[in-house]
Design a protein around this ligand. Structure first.
Ligand code: NAD
Length: 503
């Protein structure tokens, strides 16, 4: 097992088709959150001058790439999708090692990148515009998508390959070039993804990878006059900064931010199914999904039964290294994330919620060198409590009693976020009413709040998003702009809204 920086593999930035060190010569470490003795590698701690070089390369490459016909661009993406599929297992193992979630889930993360890349490659032949009759004779009217230029892609650590693919692949199929800044906690998966794009034949400069800190690398991207699109996924606080920093230069900004998602369990729900869903939704990825079911609102008629059985199941979850096939829940991603979880457990107890199980970090035996925390459930939570309002991003679920469907919907909506919600019920009328009334970007019936598929739009309302969506064909709207084109073949001046065509 590696322990020192000197022994570790050094990974580089990818700029203009070459793997290069940062101008600064500085590096940062990437360690396994299940065992901090496991040093995965050292990565470039880049600076503004690295970012400037990457942007200049992307700017040059754009002029060629935008003219490559979209179906030809897509051929390279199909090749990339197949390469990811061929290496799925190794990519998933690297990912578990660098961010902790269990192998089944990292395989799912890589699968999502495969799905997205195949799906978006298909869009190479489907970037439909509109052709409409002109109001004037001998005049042709149509709209078409066009790329914008250099896109900055800034991503979090919880979906280290899926989220970059949601952004980079639609950017490329639309004809843009990219400068990609991944989270500092998951640079290896980002690098693995970019290597595959290189191998698939994406030309030099079209995709550039610059690793390093949010302040240094992120700010340089946000402030550059040559970046036309910023696609950001991360916390609401940083998203606000992104929004503020990019407003003066009118960049197109796509923000996917935090969540405080809810599962509503009605009195007629299939409780076995609901409990299964709450376990997966609440503790998958150790609760570190933007769509995690961190709130469960349960009808009082089934509240006691639900909480007793749910807590028993949570207590039985096996926590450990995500590479061990017996593990059901891995560590949280970092020491600071662990401290955040512990502080919210403290806050919940002080607020008067009942700690039904968990509540402690796990620091003994095989878990001593990782950032493990017990899966934790608070019951009798008042929806106004901080633990029921703020994103904890860890293995903590708040169970809130409610007396009616209407009250549950009210509680569900009454948070600053609006990403995902779900209802467990056998009543079709309630299911449709909730589908309509929950103000979220994603909604599920008889399934937990997680489980999005790549061919539908993904994103949230209120403090979760700024009105854009990724995935599905909606993603094309982030990475392209509409141009309306009129071709007059009458040979004379025809004035719209003034001259009228003869009947
Ligand atoms: P984060 O906001 O700390 O970081 C996200 C990215 O922004 C990282 O690459 C980081 O280095 C960069 N960054 C930090 N400061 C910056 C700055 N000043 N300028 C530019 N970039 C900067 O988030 P995180 O801890 O990596 O991820 C967790 C958060 O992401 C949670 O809030 C979660 O809900 C959210 N998330 C949202 C979605 C979604 O689709 N809505 C999906 C996954 C994660």
């Amino acid at each position: 097992m590696l322990t020192s920086t000197e022994q570790a593999t050094t990974y580089h930035n990818f700029i203009d088709g070459s793997w290069v060190p940062s101008v600064s010569g500085d590096l940062f470490e990437n360690r396994n959150p299940a065992n901090v003795d496991d040093l995965i590698g050292v990565f470039q701690k880049s600076t503004r001058s690295d970012v400037d070089r990457a942007i200049a390369a992307a700017r040059r490459a754009y002029e060629h790439w935008r003219l490559v016909p979209a179906p030809r661009r897509a051929e390279l993406l199909f090749r990339a999708a197949q390469l990811i599929a061929d290496r799925k297992e190794a990519l998933a193992r690297d990912m578990t090692r660098e961010m902790g979630k269990v192998l089944d889930e990292t395989r799912g993360d890589v699968q999502e990148a495969i799905d997205m890349t195949f799906f978006m490659a298909g869009e190479g032949r489907r970037q439909y515009g509109q052709t409409v009759p002109s109001e004037l004779r001998d005049k042709f009217a149509m709209s078409m998508r066009q790329p914008l230029g250099v896109c900055a892609v800034i991503t979090p650590w919880n979906f280290p390959m899926a989220i970059p693919s949601w952004k980079i692949i639609p950017a490329l199929v639309c004809g843009n070039s990219v400068v990609f800044k991944p989270a500092t906690l998951t640079p290896l998966s980002a690098l693995n993804f970019v290597k595959i794009l290189e191998e698939a034949g994406i030309p030099p400069g079209v995709v550039n990878l610059v690793t390093g800190g949010g302040e240094e690398v992120g700010n340089a991207l946000l402030q550059s006059g040559d970046i036309r699109v910023v696609s950001f996924t991360g916390s609401t606080d940083v998203g606000r900064t992104v929004s503020q920093q990019t407003a003066p230069s009118f960049k197109k900004v796509h923000l996917e931010m935090g969540g405080k998602n809810v599962i509503m369990v009605m009195d007629d729900a299939n409780l076995d199914l609901a409990i299964e869903g709450c376990l997966w939704g609440g503790f998958g990825t150790s609760g570190q999904r933007c769509t995690a079911a961190s709130r469960v609102v349960v009808h009082r008629k089934v509240y006691k039964d639900f909480t007793t059985r749910f807590v028993d199941r949570v207590k039985a979850l096996r926590v450990g290294d995500g590479l061990d096939p017996k593990t059901q829940m891995g560590p949280v991603v970092s020491e600071s994330q662990l401290k955040t979880v512990m502080s919210y457990v403290d806050i919940g107890q002080k607020e008067g919620a009942a700690l039904a199980c968990g509540g402690h970090p796990l620091r003994s035996g095989a878990l001593a060198k990782g950032f493990f925390h017990e899966p934790t459930v608070f019951t009798d939570v008042d929806p106004r409590m901080r633990i029921a309002q703020e994103e904890i991003f860890g293995p903590v679920v708040c169970v809130i009693p409610s007396s009616s469907f209407e009250e549950a919907v009210g509680i569900g909506n009454n948070v600053q976020y609006g990403l995902s919600a779900s209802i467990y019920t056998q009543d079709i009328n309630r299911a449709f009413a909730a589908m309509r009334d929950m103000y979220t970007g994603i909604f599920y019936v008889n399934a937990p709040t997680i489980g999005a598929e790549v061919h539908l739009p993904f994103g949230g309302t209120k403090a979760t998003g700024n009105g854009h969506r990724e995935a599905g064909t909606a993603a094309l709207d982030v990475f392209s702009e509409w141009k309306s084109v009129y071709v007059d073949f009458s040979g004379r001046l025809q004035r719209a809204q003034i001259d009228t065509a003869e009947l």
